[in-house]
Design a protein around this ligand. Structure first.
Ligand SMILES: [Zn+2]
Length: 179
């Protein structure tokens, strides 16, 4: 079973299927089932659905296939492989993007002071507030100074979480009798 929430989240983003079966297609690949027929049989999904999911994974670069010709029937067989390293790379670069945004956000929070409307929670930086004579741009009530240190600490915690997350993702193989 695939348990890692980061992997599941990324797969859902890639596959974008409402069908819950799509994760099980990946699980089959991780478990070493490599043909669409095998996967369809194991997951009880229709063959065309399995193929669609496989090609979505291929499109995203996290699955690859080898084509081989059966010498007797002359038919082509596709054997599929899940590219674990690729998905880990994708998760890593996504985290780097999140970190970049969080750091920018922290910098903005630390370099500015803020004002807030007590009526509707509208929040303005000092520049925005002074341009508007310290009145709420939405309802016209007076803006009040808003301490953002709690928010800053939350941002710092989040940054720390992503910085210390070294992504030890494991792709566990299902035990033979788990199904
Ligand atoms: Zn207001």
């Amino acid at each position: 079973m695939l348990k890692d929430p980061l992997v599941i989240e990324m797969l859902n983003e890639i596959i974008q299927e409402e069908d819950e079966g799509s994760i099980s297609v990946v699980e089959c690949l991780v478990d070493g089932k490599d043909t669409d027929e095998e996967i369809a049989e194991e997951t009880e999904l229709r063959l065309n659905i399995v193929r669609r999911i496989l090609y979505k994974l291929y499109d995203a670069g996290i699955a690859s296939y080898k084509r081989s010709k059966d010498p007797e029937t002359q038919w082509y067989t596709y054997s599929w492989k899940f590219e674990q390293e690729k998905i880990i790379d994708m998760i890593k670069s996504k985290h780097e993007e999140v970190l970049k945004e969080l750091r920018e956000c922290l910098q903005y929070e630390e370099n500015n002071i803020f004002f807030e409307c007590k009526v509707n929670g509208c929040r303005c930086s000092f520049e925005e507030a002074s341009e508007n004579n310290f009145l709420c741009p939405e309802c016209g009530k007076e803006l009040e100074y808003k301490d953002n240190s709690v928010f800053i600490n939350k941002l710092k915690d989040e940054i720390h979480f992503y910085e210390s997350n070294n992504l030890s993702i494991s792709f566990e193989s299902a035990s033979p009798n788990s199904k």
